[in-house]
Ligand binder design. Structure first.
Ligand SMILES: [Zn+2]
Length: 128
């Protein structure tokens, strides 16, 4: 097992649309070799399996920017590499260089989720 992102059963929700992420041997986009591709119609993101672990993560964030702009209805921007490339790199850097912030946010998210589950369970008991 390598240290690359595990895409087995990796689904990422973008504006309530579930994207399936997978690693692939060789990728082509419009006749050109590429490192990642987002298929809007199929809700799929494919990443070149030969990339390093870090480059694979960076490319995934890049593809997530494509998908986010598409699902936001910003079609004029969703395929604009001059926008998506710096935005993806900046977002990747933001996440990687501020990990304590994102860990805290994830911990809080889990706490909120658990609280809502408890509430639902309590409501269920109330109606029995
Ligand atoms: Zn791109």
């Amino acid at each position: 097992m390598d240290n690359k992102i595990n895409t087995r059963n990796m689904n990422i929700n973008i504006n309530s649309v579930r994207y399936k992420v997978s690693r692939t041997k060789k990728l082509w986009d419009g006749g050109e070799p590429c490192w990642g591709v987002t298929l809007f119609k199929e809700n799929k993101i494919k990443i070149d399996n030969s990339l390093s672990a870090q480059k694979m993560e960076q490319v995934l964030v890049h593809e997530l920017v494509h998908a986010t702009l598409h699902e936001a209805g910003l079609e004029n921007y969703s395929c604009d590499e001059e926008l998506v490339n710096p935005l993806g790199n900046a977002l990747y850097s933001l996440i990687m260089e501020n990990q304590p912030l994102f860990r805290t946010m994830m911990d809080n998210y889990r706490r909120y989720s658990d609280k809502s589950l408890t509430t639902v369970s309590q409501i269920g008991k109330y109606f029995k």
